[in-house]
Design a protein. Sequence first.
Lengths: 312, 309
Amino acid sequence: MKRILPPVILVLLALLPLLGLSSYWMHIFILVIMWAVIGMAWNLLGGYCGQVSFGHAAFFGVGAYTAGILYNKAGLSGWWGLPLSIVAVTASALVIGFICLRLRGPFFALGTLAMGVILRVTTENLRSLTEGDLGIMIRERTWTEKTWYFYIILSIAASTYFVVRKVIESKLGYYFVAIREDQDAAESLGINTTFYKNIALCLSAVITGIAGAFYTNYMGYIDPKVVFALHDISIVTIMVVMVGGVATFWGPAVGAVIMVLLAELIRSIPKLGAAHHTLFGILLIVIIIFLPNGIVGDLPKLRKIFRLGRTS
Amino acid sequence: MTSSQIEVLLQTLISGLLLGGLYALIGIGMTLIMGVMKIINLAHGELMMVGMYVAFVLFSSFHVDPYLSVFVAVPVLFILGVLLQKFLINPVLKVEAIIPENQVILTVGIGMVLANVATIIFTSDYKSTPVEYATKAWYLSDIWKETPIELSLSMPWSVSFLLAIIITVLLWFFLTKTDMGKSIRATAQDKDAALLMGVNVERLRVFTFGLGSALVGAAGCLLLPIYYLYPDLGGQFTLIAFVITILGGLGSTVGAIIGGIILGIFESLTSTYVGMGWAPVGRFVIFVAALIFFPGGIVAILKRKRFGK
């Protein structure tokens, strides 16, 4: 059952556009899958390797701006950003890793947070390259229909799932978990912790960057405040994983569904729309206190609660 | 250098120093919390924002001077901090989870709620308190008639700076002379030993979080006459406080003061000589340099000097 579940879900999702959904619902599905990709990427670093990053917007933004600048300055199609962002993001991940990976625990978290802000401010100020606050607009959309965007992000998601699964089930995955559980013990067992932390960071960053490059092509407009956003990218990424389940394969996907639907739901209620950060914050607080391992991670706990409710 | 260049440089250094004094006060609150509880409070800037709104409301409805509202904002923020620690952070510290950084993420959640609630109540408009002394300044030429260079000292800036120093000195007395202060420092040094010596660590944590919040609330009141106010301003000050703690050395009050002043001067220099928009980058250049070249912060350097290593 467990083995056939991923292909079954993939096939079901691939058949989805045939239902003739409205373009609004296609948009929601694309966003959900994009967030699932970012969540899986974060989970690789934060969930398995234990390096909680508060700055994934940095990688998302570098990916997005790679695509944007290629289009705007080099006159190439924005889609070249997908492969080329790998280079740009790896480079920035190595620099950020060099600076931040010497920090541990909460200090790493804050170091990465600062990196996200540095990149945002730099992007805002490097007007000649990035157009600053004006942002970059992709003037001609590749497709007016959303179907192809859906298939592209779906294939990115499928490959991400495959890569994450392969990495975590290999020796590398065990190294990551060993580093998360006790870095000094891992070091004493001969694991080159700096090297493996860098690998986890680069992998995670590259996947996030590809999602960012996709975002540029899909949305057609980026500006520093959107793609380097602290709350709306970095923190939402963490929430996707925290809500879904830290260090689980399906957690980020579940979290992405919940977070995107919740965000849309809140936004659609006029009075509540302004309070969406409050509700997100409260959700985050509740999840951390009552389900610290997320919905997927604390499934047994949830089942118990529901069973108790039924018998009484 | 011509005299006008010297003038600009000195003026920049002065404003940097004044800014640094306020930064130091913001940083001390964070470093206290970090030292005693080993937790990072990412809602620190948002707490300052709350303090600023307390002062703003007092000013706009009762015409209370922002400096006087320190006496209201400090207790309000203290109580808010105590409640947050008691009902949200303490329970999380006890929960077993895969990621140990849960409490950091929790404070992010708290910060988000505070900022958003402020937006709902006060809208996201920029606010300021138009006090009559806002534009007043002291000039060097008033005291020294034939001065070769002209320097000015903004009145609200210097008053805020002086008050920040007074609050810091009071805090220093509290930490070194009172029993409570001594227990705080003992807990920061070694929690278990403090526990064995009969310090009520649990209560102390709650108190320290309240104290840290109160300090940053006071900083908010001092900042209000010279700055503008909007609900999302917290995040930026959380980062400033964090950079100061890293620069100064984790959990060190002296380090936070020196770190704050260095940061203030450096930021002021970047905005004069590189450009206004780059000041935040200057801040983080310092941060990165501190991490790479002196990871222990200023305190580690001072200690090394003292032990003659």
